[in-house]
Design a protein around this ligand. Structure first.
Ligand SMILES: Cc1ncc(COP(=O)(O)O)c(C=O)c1O
Length: 398
């Protein structure tokens, strides 16, 4: 027995427990670039309906060229945090472009949105304050809240009555911050930001929205929830990722009121104590926002694709959650059925993921379909036909 053996046994027991609960996450190996058509290590070529590649930019030649050019011009890495010697003009340019896109005052970049959410609460709020968080908020918000001493309140997902009750109790604190995802990734529902904003006005609260799944997608031109609800420039804090609609590499940001961003630059730990984004990612990021400034073609195509897919699935008799995002939840309710159907769809050349408890509530198993501007009508039709075939075989539809 060495020092490690007891700990090793503990670890293998934990892993066994994860496996026997059916919760072990396997990784499917892809041997092609991220795209609509991907090749799996098994050799199977499939249509991809489970990436967050909402605008189809992950393999866009313009982004790849911009990333390469920035790397040639400015090097591979920064070898520094921002405030020591890690800020290039490109970082400032990207921060400005993001603020322009969202109609906000200033932006601060992070290595990921996980870091943006992890580093936003603790520098701004103290034990005198309150954070009121939607129960379905992303793990990174939950972790960020844990790092902050503010008093914590939780309201049921998108439930405005419950939010109002929490706001009433939170009057005991100095400042109140309501925090919500823009789009909840398992259902695809958009947060009711107009109602949240009205309650924030009534109860003197600040608002933060995580736009990770809504930026580039929601709103007439894809500017996110603040565009959808006519609240551009009114929400104090927005966070988001460069890892989904905006190219899919890495990178996160917080954008909003300039004093908030200024204080985060001074005190936000994932910003102060973690490396700067590399020039390639920043260069491609600048290109992305220039592209989206010039045209709304990608957002328009994504909206049309999501509407077409949902309409056809409903017509085929599937139980589909209403969506205003690029996420379409096909409800199956039964955990095993969700896995069987996803496996059969893969055999039909359609790559989707089935989710079940504890990722979604018990009895709410589903297949989540993620639409992209890169999908053509023929891809959507192939996916719908495969759903109809497997749906009939598994008696999901008549
Ligand atoms: C709502 C939400 N916030 C934050 C993140 C984290 O983003 P990143 O991959 O940039 O860390 C995700 C990614 O899954 C997300 O869905």
């Amino acid at each position: 027995m060495n020092n490690y053996s007891n700990f090793q046994k503990y670890l293998t027991d934990e892993i066994d427990a994860i496996q026997s609960a059916g919760l072990y996450k396997e990784e499917r190996i892809i041997t092609s670039p991220q795209s609509v058509k991907i090749r799996l290590q098994s050799g199977l070529e499939v249509l991809n309906f489970c990436a967050n590649n909402y605008l189809g930019l992950a393999g866009h030649p313009g982004l790849i060229e911009a990333a390469g050019k920035a790397m040639q011009d400015r090097g591979y890495g920064m070898s520094s945090v921002r405030f020591i010697c890690g800020t290039q003009d490109l970082h400032k340019e990207l921060e400005k472009a993001i603020a322009g896109f969202f109609g906000t005052e200033d932006t601060i970049l992070y290595a990921a949105c996980f870091d943006a959410n992890g580093g936003v609460f603790e520098p701004l709020l103290t034990e005198e304050d309150a954070i009121i968080s939607d129960s379905l908020n992303h793990a990174s918000i939950i972790d960020g809240v844990r790092l902050c001493k503010a008093v914590r309140y939780r309201y049921a997902n998108a439930n405005m009555e419950d939010l109002e009750t929490q706001l009433q109790t939170a009057q005991a604190q100095r400042f109140r911050l309501i925090v919500t995802d823009g789009v909840f990734s398992m259902d695809g529902n958009v947060t009711p930001l107009d109602k949240i904003y009205a309650l924030a006005q009534k109860y003197n609260a600040l608002v933060m929205v995580d736009e990770s799944h809504s930026a580039g997608v929601v709103g007439e031109t894809g500017r996110g929830t603040t565009e959808q609800f006519n609240l551009r420039g009114q929400i104090e804090i927005l966070t988001g990722t460069l890892g989904k609609a905006f190219g899919g590499a890495v990178g996160g940001f917080t954008t909003g009121k300039k004093e908030i961003i200024e204080l985060l630059r001074q005190r936000s730990r994932p910003y102060l104590f973690s490396n700067s984004l590399p020039p390639s990612v920043v260069g491609a990021g600048i290109y992305t926002f220039q592209l989206l400034e010039k045209s709304n073609a990608l957002q328009n195509k994504l909206h049309a694709n999501a509407a077409y897919f949902t309409e056809k699935m409903l017509a085929a008799g599937f139980d589909v959650k209403p969506t205003q995002s690029a996420i379409c939840a096909v409800m199956l309710y039964d955990a095993k059925l969700s896995q069987d159907m996803a496996s059969q769809l893969l055999e039909e050349g359609i790559y989707v993921t089935g989710f079940y408890y504890p990722v979604v509530p018990k009895g709410q198993a589903r297949i989540r379909v993620q639409l992209s501007a890169a999908h053509e009508k023929e891809h959507l039709d192939k996916c719908i036909q495969a759903f109809i075939k497997t749906g009939k075989e598994l008696k999901v539809i008549a």
